[in-house]
Design a protein. Structure first.
Length: 337
């Protein structure tokens, strides 16, 4: 928290690394340092990048990245981060050897996306729960049966090792680490600055996580938050919710926004969207019935909400992400992830 000393972070680079796996967490740590400096405190994270031989590497998108140092002479960090990318298909033997020799020594070891394959090659995931990009979970489980692979979560922590799902899930995991180290307020401020509510590829929970939504701390607001989740089709206007909290609408809206991290109306919209998403994934109910049950009123209103937030209409969402449509999902996966 406030008296935290600077943590050393090492990010491993290799040919074909996914640039977002690298820059996403890097931006989170950079923002954390900026907030600390603004408050007159030392940096929270001292981040170093390293590659075998210290040579520049080219990312899967063609960006040339010069590492800070040679991986083979790098000091063991407190936090080790291994990104993914197409380079994990044929792992760099030097990288795997370094991970096998040094990977158990850091306080925390983190992988982003298919970086989990490098941890697995080094034996660091044996006997642990882990995840990776949804399109590669079956491959990870097949190649490494000693790993308990779960395709749904955005990230999984098992002991001092954490693995995360596809690409931008690395931002979610980095935010969670910052929240542990520096507290909720700084993590939420970083999330807002990075505008984390973006359309995200993935399946089920990997598709839908809204990390900047927080749990209200005061009891009346917490109860209202739970009421919204349990009753998406109810009258969820600010006036109705304020009555449940025994507050004036103005006081309620201000307090809710401060504790939850977004205005009540936007929170209601997201809860309804999540409820509809689950119905589309788990049932064969008609879209009009789901729209009514989840509080949208009409299928057209639900269609607009899906397009605005997820970039697909409800019918297309169901086609892509309902269990049983693996062929369509596999056809959509990015071969460079």
């Amino acid at each position: 928290m406030g008296g935290m000393e600077t943590r050393t972070v090492l990010i491993v680079l290799f040919e074909g690394v996914q640039s977002l796996d690298l820059t996403g967490p890097l931006e989170v740590f950079s923002y954390a340092n900026r907030f600390r400096h603004r408050d007159g405190r030392p940096a929270a994270y001292a981040v170093t990048t390293a590659a075998a031989g210290g040579h520049p590497v080219r990312t899967s998108s063609g960006l040339l990245v010069t590492p800070d140092e040679d991986l083979n002479s790098a000091a063991v960090p407190e936090l080790l981060l291994v990104p993914g990318g197409e380079g994990t298909r044929t792992p760099d033997a030097e990288v795997v050897a370094w991970l096998r020799e040094h990977g158990r020594r850091p306080e925390q070891v983190v992988s982003v996306c298919t970086g989990a394959f490098l941890l697995a090659e080094a034996g660091l995931l044996a006997g642990r729960r882990a995840t990776t990009h949804w399109a590669y979970c079956d491959t990870l489980a097949g190649r490494f049966p000693e790993i308990d692979v779960d395709a749904e979560p955005i990230f999984i922590r098992d002991g001092h090792v954490a693995t995360s799902a596809g690409v931008t899930a690395g931002i979610d995991l980095a935010l969670a680490l910052v929240e542990e180290d520096l507290g909720r307020e700084i993590a939420l401020a970083i999330a807002r600055n990075l505008v984390v509510f973006l359309r995200r590829p993935g399946n089920q929970a990997q598709f839908s996580v809204q990390l900047a939504t927080q749990t209200a701390r005061s009891e009346p607001l917490h109860e209202v938050q739970q009421w919204i989740t349990d009753n998406p089709a109810a009258d969820l206007t600010v006036e109705a919710l304020a009555r449940r909290a025994s507050l004036s609408p103005r006081h309620f809206a201000r307090a809710f926004t401060a504790e939850v991290g977004m205005p009540p109306g936007r929170y209601v919209d997201r809860v309804r969207l999540e409820a509809a998403r689950r119905h589309l994934e788990d049932t064969t109910d008609g879209i009009a019935a789901i729209a009514h049950r989840c509080g949208f009123g009409t299928s057209e209103a639900m269609r607009r909400a899906f397009l605005r937030t997820l970039g697909v209409n409800p019918a297309e969402y169901r086609r892509r992400f309902q269990p049983g449509h693996r062929k369509e999902r596999d056809a959509d996966r990015d071969p460079a992830v």
